[in-house]
Design a protein around this ligand. Sequence first.
Ligand code: NAD
Length: 512
Amino acid sequence: MAIETRREPAPAVPLPILSHWIDGRPVEVLPEGTQPVYNPATGQVIARVPRGGKVEVDAAVEAAKRAFPAWRDMPLIARSQVLFAFREVAWKHREELAKLITRDHGKTFADALAGVTRGIETVEYACGLPVHLAGMNTPNVATGGDAVTLRQPLGVVAAITPFNFPVMVPMWIVPIAIAAGNAVILKPSSHTPGATQLQAELWKEAGLPDGIFSIVYGGRDAVSAIVEHPDIAAIQFVGSTPVGRYVYEEGTKRGKRVGAFTSAKNMMVVLPDADMEQTADAAVASGYGSAGERCMAQTLVVAVGDVGDRLRPLMLERIAKLKIDDGMAPGVDMGPIYTREHRASIIKWIDRGVEEGAELVGDGRPVVHPEHPDGFFLGVTLFDGVKPGMDIYNEEIFGPVLGIVRVDTYDEAIKLVNSHKYANGTAIFTTDGGAARRYQLEVDVPMIGVNVPIPVPAGYLSFSGAKESAIGDLPMRGEDGLRFFTRQKEVTIRWPEPGRRAALSLVFPSNT
Ligand code: NAD
């Protein structure tokens, strides 16, 4: 959430300036209205990104309104051809997209590429729009009368997305909204703009009409302009809970449909019968992959019975071997943190955990990259003895910090999962099918993994959250995503038939 404050070194060559993308083309931006983009591996400024606001949002909405009617009325097969073409160009450029993600975010290239591929899964789902948008026909709802259920686009809609998945998260929202026949304005994070910008060019290459997809960069001003714009009908937001709550409350107050998918603190319950080697792999991969900057990372390992004593040495063995480096380096396991400020905030959380009395068994704070001392690198941290009530138990850290929480019984573990304020994803590690079945039925968390540490559902299924991890009614993606971005109409039809004319009557019509 923080805006960069550090004084920037003077660049030797002019830095590239990214531009808003409105009405199918980049918009000229002056350097004064921009902010720096950093490569977290080197700590250097690599580009500048504009800070947009009401003017740019208004322009994008006007372009969207002009383009919308023709897109809505386009034959579905023609509309789906654009989605197919986008899938092809996105696939062709997937490595380029992934490199831009690694450059701006810091995550490893392999991880970035996996995120792009997961995003493309949702594009593939959206390609089937002629089938997904089928309505319903109910014959004979009255004498000589039928009912037709239609699903129609809402008009101009918006997506507000976070820094950590600059391709995957927009691809979870934008293709579905476009497939449904809407025009979309994307307000991405300003920290990871490179791959976002390329997506605009790819939509253009795929033949999407100008105005149907626009990008406005910026922070609070741009978001407020979206939330307050009377012609934006719906918003899907992905990011932190406080901002999501603001978007939801201010948006719904103005009659918009809003879905906000927000912060997390995911728990991985490990039963004594679990395969400990596999579980240790899973815990380390889930907690430290992408430097813990994933909303589906399992950041609390709830160890039942003697699991803590058995799992901890296995995790430490793996932690000792992790290679932390530039995300493009060969064999790298974890890259840097995405900003200097966020790195400082994670260090404060580690300090807090120590103050609170958790046992620090692995300390990532001293790690510095030998060749890139200005890079935003941090090592991985493991706490044991994390307890409910501690801040490091309650709050999202969003960094490479894992905590082991020890409990005596499975019942206690379920109670902890169900009493946490966040409910995004959770996992159970066990070889007992009955215990796993009970977990699926009893936990109040909507995305569950059984021996799967990052239980992100496949790209054509819904993605949701509960409690402080999601605000709104419908999940995103899949059938729910299409429902979110369409309005259902019920049409009752009666055609005049020769010889059948009812007598004039002012009585409320019955369906007989
Ligand atoms: P963020 O809330 O800081 O930013 C999200 C979006 O809101 C960005 O576009 C940002 O520019 C904008 N924004 C930031 N501050 C704002 C403000 N004060 N007013 C208006 N708009 C503002 O989130 P982030 O740091 O980019 O992403 C990390 C957060 O996102 C974590 O909490 C993580 O759990 C969450 N996340 C959730 C999911 C999910 O599906 N539930 C997925 C990814 C990330």
